[in-house]
Design a protein around this ligand. Sequence first.
Ligand SMILES: Nc1ncnc2c1ncn2[C@@H]1O[C@H](COP(=O)(O)OP(=O)(O)OP(=O)(O)O)[C@@H](O)[C@H]1O
Length: 597
Amino acid sequence: MRQALVAARLVWRAAPVPVLGYLAVTLVAGLVPIVVAWLTKLALDRVAAPGPPGVLLGLAVGLAVAGLFTSVSLQGSQYLRGEVSRRTTLVAKDELFASVERLDGLARFEDPAFLDRLRFAQESARALQLMVDSCFGLARGMVTLVGFVVSLAVLTPVFTGVVVVAAVPALMVELRLSRRRADVMWKIGPVERREFFYGQLLSTVNAAKEIRLLGIGSFLRGRMIDELRTSTAAKRRLERRELSAQAGLSLLSAAISGGGLIWVLVSAGQGRLSVGDVSMFAAAAAGVQSAVAGLVSTAAGAHQQLLMFGHYVDVIEADPDLPAAAPAAALPVLRRGIELRDVWFRYSPVHPWVLRGLNLFIPYGEAVALVGHNGCGKSTLVKLLCRFYDPTRGAILWDGVDLRDVEVGRLRERIGAVFQDFMAYDFSAADNIAVGDLVSLGDQRRIETAAGHAGVHEMVEALPHGYDTLLTRMFHQDPDDPGGGVTLSGGQWQRLALARAFLREDRDLMILDEPSAGLDAEAEYDLHTRLRQIRAGRTGVLISHRLGAVRAADLIAVLVDGVIVERGSHADLLAAGGTYARLFTLQAEGYAMARSG
Ligand SMILES: Nc1ncnc2c1ncn2[C@@H]1O[C@H](COP(=O)(O)OP(=O)(O)OP(=O)(O)O)[C@@H](O)[C@H]1O
């Protein structure tokens, strides 16, 4: 019922007029077969016992009008159906992705069950029309059924009862089958998602290099086909089961019709029924049975679509993934600093601890560098600062205010960041930068300044269409250009991501996670010099494995096994002779050996 209500409200909101028109045409179309059957019976009776020709003519005109309506209504209902479909898909998709956008954290996107649900929800959003079709099909079937049942009951009440009662097991069987179908679709959801993943992998340019060099194309194709075989086998099993159940139901209805036909012919032979009655019986018996069969399978279809639509409802009504404080506290402009107080974190109860009671103070106006081995939790800490997850235990305090007490959007407005796995959007160069702060969309001066800070302005200007150059070869630059856009190098992309972050340089906190990993030595030196100038006196967190890049930081914190084991300036840490000193010396020796060797 919940799904049905949500669906009905959505369809009504999206397309009230077309849906009413579609319903009206559908209901009238449900009446037409009954009208035709009665007109035919009356015409045949007139032919058998001739009367005034005007009556026959009137019946013939009536039949012609019914035929005309059938063909016109078919075109009209197809248009209205299309209109309902277009409008509902638009609204449903918008609503679905608005709900996905409302998920503030990342955990749901790492939950396979949620991802399966989301895929079904997307399919349901596109196929909402099928549900409307089924419901209207039910209404139309009911109109036809009631009309024929009444017509048949006039001739033979007993036979009518048998036909109607025979529909009950059919309905039960079909409903069971539809539940089973929805069950199977849910079970094979992950299989289909994996198949889709392999398909994507085999057709994207990013994977193409490695797949070709390593020669793993047929291996991946094999895996894709294995997944497809698994889902196909499950569907085949389901359809065989459906086939045998439906064959049984067909046998039942054939036996009932055969019995009825024998009775009618015998009665007509004995003169108890007219030729028109026989034709009425044939039309009504076939009409009732096909209406019952249609109703049963439409009801089953609607039932299955509702079950699938349940995933859509679950997604749009999903609880927030990060608890929201009510009322939310105000987030002050940062003046003292950010404190991570005894922070424990693991990605889920089944994952190991990443942070284990970490304490760190990021003072206002200072640059703090995080250093540590791969996988020690540096990027995780950054994700907690942006509140993509909440600490499992402990707290993060922004000038004393717990991040959990403020609205997530307010917090993120105060942060600029370049993530280690930054995005390369298939947009123009200008838009790739402008998404860093949407108000700058179209503000060429701001975009160019940010690009200048990131040392990428000249490169972008030299592109075939300057800032308007499309940075992808997936789409055409314009319809007359067969070549598509351009592809940037890794380092060029990284500078562009930096330009995006520089649009937010006035924010309270700037996070740079490996901002120079893809840059050449000169560009790296240049970047850090610029950063020092631009970010002087501002709060920042910098992560880098190149220790030369972090030595100028006000504070360097060394992370080992989820806790900070050393903190201090470059000089302090070198003097302390601990982990940082060892790592720094190793790197410095590497360079020195390279120079001497
Ligand atoms: N989304 C996730 N779900 C589960 N585990 C994760 C997730 N992201 C990271 N991890 C795990 O958390 C640990 C810390 O990862 P993190 O990315 O924070 O390390 P890092 O210090 O930034 O490493 P690197 O220097 O290699 O970038 C790793 O063991 C990693 O496997």
